[in-house]
Design a protein around this ligand. Structure first.
Ligand code: TRP
Length: 438
């Protein structure tokens, strides 16, 4: 079975080598597997929560889109788009906001961490916290649930957001889909085999530690100078070095084959100098990146090409999002008259399935009895001369196409302008309970 795999990338900075090895490379690889229908998008609405610098958001959207394409993402094969090009996402987000308990959001790790920081600083608990941060998980749930994604590749820090998305999906299903699985509960896909790259100082490579190695920006030159800045121990050339425990070696391994890594390890043991080791690391990394860098530079120089690709992607995504959203608007009650009628008809039909008709030939002609879901008789019809007419009438009745007309002390049941039976009040009530909407 084809699995729909969806993930979002927040464009709030320039991609570095750690993003590439830890997220981009494995995701691009996964998108080429058979039986996956991959959705990748730039979570640019999410970026606004943390970044109020318009230049930076605009630049990062370009850089990240160009990076993914350069890294081999095939926009023909996957659906690649920007969150902000899909108006159904914020629309859906509001519907979900209205079924999400505030208490659930109070428990979100990211929000709680900000509150804790404020408490530690001795300021108001919600100081500097915007509503975007508070309801971040709802927007993320909308991203995922709108496309019925089964699997969401994310880092461990996002597991709680997936739990919340399932929680919100279940609540929507409970409230609006009679508990059926209309919204698909999504699951996180955590890949423990991918590298978490160390940064220049050996801590996890991260913008917030200012220890990153740039991916494409700055070209070969900046890549080389960043690699030269990797912190090592003070062993001299000729001294034996232990590869294990050296983060330079960890970086090397992330780009090397097993054989190359083994060889490098031996060279270090045999006294390879750190300067030469850095040169080798640069050559290895650069060999993988340089063809991609060319594509990247080309796309950055022609942003309208990227724009075109992303708008195509958005159109593709909206072929799913638009009908889904229409259906959900109707589900919650935002209905056009045509949708109202459609739903009433559908509900009547559904209900009519539980009644049963038994036809027979009596002394005076063809008659039928109608039984309710508990198999209790509701009424016996008048006799018909033509068995076809009797059949037709019982069908229409089951489809809910009837009206009741008060007559003397009773009610006439009329189908296709024919009086089918005279019902007393109890019979009328049972008929309505069986065939009418509650
Ligand atoms: N919260 C994710 C992150 O910080 C980004 C994101 C937004 C996302 N919407 C998503 C990831 C939907 C997966 C699915 O990494």
């Amino acid at each position: 079975m084809t699995q729909r795999v969806l993930t979002g990338i927040t464009p709030s900075g320039t991609p570095h080598l750690g993003n590439y090895a830890g997220a981009i490379r494995p995701a691009v690889h996964a998108s080429t597997q058979p039986d996956t229908d991959a959705f990748f998008f730039l979570a640019d609405y999410h970026a606004l929560i943390k970044c109020d610098d318009p230049q930076r958001v605009a630049r990062s959207r370009l850089e990240i889109a160009a990076t993914w394409i350069a890294a081999g993402l095939d926009p023909e094969r996957v659906t690649f788009y920007r969150q902000s090009d899909i108006p159904e996402i914020p629309e859906f987000c509001w519907l979900l906001t209205c079924v999400t308990n505030k208490g659930l959001m109070n428990r979100a790790h990211a929000y709680k961490a900000s509150v804790d920081q404020n408490t530690a600083k001795g300021v108001e608990p919600d100081d500097g916290i915007n509503m975007g941060l508070f309801s971040y998980p709802i927007l993320m749930a909308a991203d995922i649930l709108l496309f019925s994604a089964h699997l969401v590749p994310v880092g461990r820090d996002q597991i709680q957001h997936l739990e919340m998305a399932r929680d919100i999906a279940n609540r929507f299903n409970h409230l609006y889909a009679q508990g059926q699985t209309f919204l698909t509960p999504p699951y996180e896909l955590i890949d423990d085999s991918v590298a978490t790259l160390p940064g220049l100082d050996g801590r996890k490579m991260s913008k917030s530690y200012d220890n990153t190695i740039p991916l494409f920006e700055g070209g070969e030159k900046l890549l080389q100078s960043a690699i030269n800045g990797i912190v090592t121990d003070s062993k001299l050339p000729g001294e034996s070095k232990n590869a294990e425990g050296s983060h330079l070696f960890d970086l090397y391994k992330a780009f090397a084959s097993a054989a190359q890594a083994e060889q490098f390890k031996h060279e270090l043991k045999d006294g390879l100098g750190w300067g030469d080791a850095k040169k080798k690391l640069f050559e290895l990394v650069n060999a993988e990146l340089s063809p991609m860098r060319e594509t990247y530079n080309e796309l950055m120089a022609n942003p309208e090409r990227l724009e075109h690709m992303l708008l195509d992607g958005a159109a593709k995504a909206r072929r799913i999002a638009t009908p889904m959203m229409q259906e959900m608007r109707a589900m919650v009650g935002l209905r056009s008259p045509a949708q109202m009628q459609q739903r009433e008809q559908a509900a009547k039909k559904e209900k009519a399935k539980s009644v049963r008709v038994a036809s027979f030939r009596g002394d005076q002609g063809f008659q039928f009895r109608l039984f309710d879901a508990a198999d209790k008789e509701i009424f016996l019809s008048v006799p018909f001369a033509d068995p076809k007419q009797a059949g037709q009438i019982s069908k229409q009745l089951q489809a809910g196409e009837y009206r009741l007309q008060p007559h003397a002390e009773a009610h006439q049941l009329i189908v296709a302008e024919v009086v089918v039976a005279e019902l007393d009040t109890a019979q009328k009530d049972r008929l309505e309970a069986a065939l009418l909407l509650s």
